[in-house]
Design a protein around this ligand. Structure first.
Ligand SMILES: Cc1cc2nc3c(=O)[nH]c(=O)nc-3n(C[C@H](O)[C@H](O)[C@H](O)COP(=O)(O)OP(=O)(O)OC[C@H]3O[C@@H](n4cnc5c(N)ncnc54)[C@H](O)[C@@H]3O)c2cc1C
Length: 381
């Protein structure tokens, strides 16, 4: 089988999701973007159709299609509306944490609810002292009998505060004297006393998705809400972020394809100097380079997804895929705007929104510099 071939289940997923994207997502997009409004109803429908849980175990309401399946979802969503893909990506990180490390009870209660579209989840890692330095967090979780009491705050937690937000996963210091081995992860349900979220703010990217602050003011959760073992928090988060990077790369791939779709649709009808602008090599050759990189990004995404699903080492590869595909997305967005000339600057033209959407992909879940840091460690081996 060729790496990019879809199996029967993946083909069915791709066809059904493409119909959802075309018939429901695309028509609703402009209104939501204009009103800067989280698309609560669409998210609910998308969840109820089972797409949020595409990759997870069918025993917990998931689709059982692994990371390959989730990458297909991210790519198709992003080809229609990249910021809707963000809602999917950011729900995937906390679900992936519970799926990999959670107890059976946690999976039944939280993963299954998210997989069945009854709620969305948010991930709470980044803090004000610098998101890139993941280990340097200040939020604490102090044991008190059978409970932990959490105090602190998180930044930019995507999906939090939205109408179907059901829980956040949060990493906190449980053992201050143990450094990197003193962090643990917790599930914090919405509605827990002392747990609140900040106000949403408009952004130039992930415009559909809300990214807000999480506040923990003496939040008491049962010890049973700890995910996995005490002290494993950092290791878990680094793995989940690394898996998330293949979905970010898939989103970047979908966005780059959308940029090329829009460039092609506009460019072929725009005639200057007696021919279509796409026949001018000055414009066509850079687009040819982007098409070539799209092919490379697709292979990287599929390869990384296969590595994860086969339980093979994937950390460097997913960093490479995220780095390559997110920088490609920015290049593709810029070039597609250039093809549109002045129209590319006007919000009325969908191409204008792609640049901000692409730029987020170079920052969230680890910046390009952090990906280069991870990859360059290979040189020291
Ligand atoms: C739209 C959006 C949604 C997000 N959603 C979530 C979410 O749901 N949950 C969550 O926990 N976080 C979320 N984040 C946070 C995101 O993961 C962080 O923004 C990211 O990790 C970078 O952290 P920072 O913004 O604090 O930048 P900083 O860490 O302050 O970095 C600033 C700059 O310094 C550079 N830099 C840092 N260290 C080095 C180094 N060693 N070498 C070279 N350069 C370096 C960085 O690359 C960056 O360019 C989101 C971010 C955005 C933009």
């Amino acid at each position: 089988m060729i790496l990019t071939d879809l199996n029967d289940d993946e083909r069915m997923l791709s066809d059904a999701l493409s119909r959802f994207a075309e018939q429901e997502l695309a028509p609703a997009m402009p209104g939501h973007l204009e009103r800067h409004e989280f698309p609560a109803e669409l998210v609910r429908t998308f969840g109820e159709m089972g797409y949020m849980g595409t990759s997870y175990d069918p025993d917990y309401g998931g689709g059982g299609l692994g990371t390959r399946g989730a990458a297909i979802v991210a790519e198709i969503l992003a080809r229609t509306e990249p910021s809707f893909a963000a809602i999917f990506l950011c729900n995937s990180a906390p679900c992936s944490l519970i799926s990999r490390y959670g107890s059976d009870e946690q999976k039944r209660l939280w993963l299954q609810a998210a997989n069945e579209g009854r709620m969305v989840a948010s991930f709470g890692v980044t803090e004000p002292h610098g998101g890139s330095d993941v280990a340097n967090i200040k939020t604490t979780a102090v044991q008190d009998g059978d409970d932990y009491i959490i105090n602190g705050m998180k930044l930019f937690s995507t999906n939090a505060g939205t109408p179907t937000h059901g829980f956040s996963t949060v990493v906190a210091i449980t053992d201050p004297d143990k450094g990197a081995k003193g962090l643990s992860s917790f599930i914090v349900p919405v509605g827990t006393k002392g747990f609140s979220v900040g106000k949403r703010a408009s952004k130039i990217g992930w415009r559909f998705a809300d990214s807000v602050e999480l506040y923990f003011d003496n939040v008491r959760v049962p010890a049973g809400n700890m995910v996995g073992n005490r002290g494993d928090g950092l290791r878990q988060i680094l793995t989940v972020l690394s898996i998330g990077r293949v979905l970010m790369a898939a989103t970047a791939l979908g966005l780059s394809r959308r940029a090329m779709d829009l460039a092609k649709a506009y460019g072929k009808d725009r005639k200057l100097f007696g021919k279509s602008i796409l026949e001018h090599q000055g414009l066509a050759f850079p687009l040819a380079d982007i098409l070539t990189k799209i092919h490379a990004a697709e292979l990287m995404v599929r390869h990384c997804a296969c590595l994860i699903d086969a339980n093979r080492p994937f950390r460097n590869e997913t960093s490479m895929a995220k780095l390559f595909a997110s920088e490609l997305a920015v290049e593709a967005a810029l070039k597609a705007i250039q093809v549109h000339g002045a129209y590319g600057i006007f919000e009325e033209y969908p191409v204008s929104g792609l640049l901000g959407e692409a730029k987020v992909l170079e920052i969230a879940e680890g910046t390009s510099e952090i990906q280069r840091l991870i990859i360059s460690r290979e040189l020291m081996d």
